[in-house]
Ligand binder design. Structure first.
Ligand code: PGA
Length: 249
């Protein structure tokens, strides 16, 4: 389970949201929970989460270790603060013009830094209408793992149809199942059946307390990447519990 806060919360709000999440979710079994606050609050969150079962992730990082990259934070710098790095979220691809090549460099750098990448892939509404969903998922996924000889068990993939993100219009269960099963099939073709069985595949896009239980029951869905609803502790906790109860996570 991932909770992507995006560019939301003040420092005080972030601290209090972490506290609420700890009260609701610390120790919950059957699901691995990662929260992804904005970069300036990661150190605070790291300290507040110490000793808990909740893990921490960064929403983005730069692949170079260090150097003249004004405004950037490297995966290497984040090691010791976070456990996970989100790679290739569609907002990064669309708003910040991140290419498939950039996702590949960040995914490799994340692994080299000893962190776990959560790779996001997904088609736009236009690509879906043009029946290009499978081709787009295949292209994004294969490009991101291009440099890898084997798929490290730390790599998780989130299928996030772009049209479902922040729209309140989640994919239907059959669309979510189809997208996640395409992801797993491409992983199997590239890295073999064992890697595909081990790889965690998440669905993301308008996941809420209302649809989480249904999504969690889908055979190809191991978890969920949640945006808007992850800013509301009670709702995020309800989603995590639905995942834990289904055995999916
Ligand atoms: P959403 O965002 O849950 O607000 O649709 C999902 C995401 O961007 O990962």
């Amino acid at each position: 389970m991932g909770g992507n806060w995006k560019m939301n919360t003040t420092r005080a709000e972030a601290r209090s949201l972490v506290g609420e999440l700890l009260a609701e979710l610390d120790g919950l079994r059957g699901v691995d929970i990662v929260i992804l606050p904005p970069a300036p609050w990661l150190a605070d969150a790291h300290d507040l989460l110490a000793g808990s079962t909740l893990r921490l992730g960064a929403q983005h990082a730069h692949w170079e270790r260090a150097g003249a990259y004004t405004g950037a934070v490297s995966a290497h710098q984040l090691a010791g603060v976070v456990d996970h790095v989100l790679v290739g979220h569609s907002e990064r691809r669309r708003l910040f013009h991140e290419s498939d090549g950039a996702t590949a460099r960040l995914l490799s750098a994340t692994l080299e830094a000893g962190l776990s990448p959560l790779l996001a892939v997904g088609e736009t509404a236009g690509e879906r209408e043009a029946s290009e969903t499978g081709a787009v998922l295949r292209r994004q996924l294969l490009a991101a793992v291009e440099g890898l000889e084997r798929l490290d068990g730390r790599v998780a993939v989130a299928y996030e149809p772009v049209w479902a993100i922040g729209s309140g219009e989640s994919a239907t269960p059959s669309q979510a199942e189809e997208g996640c099963s395409i992801v797993r099939r491409v992983v199997a073709e590239r890295f073999g059946p064992e890697a595909a069985a081990r790889c965690r595949v998440l669905y993301g896009g308008s996941v809420s307390a209302a649809n989480a239980a249904e999504l969690a029951l889908l055979p190809s869905v191991d978890g969920a990447l949640v945006g808007g609803a992850s800013l509301r502790a009670a709702e995020f906790a309800a989603i995590c519990r639905a995942l834990a109860a289904s055995g999916a996570g």
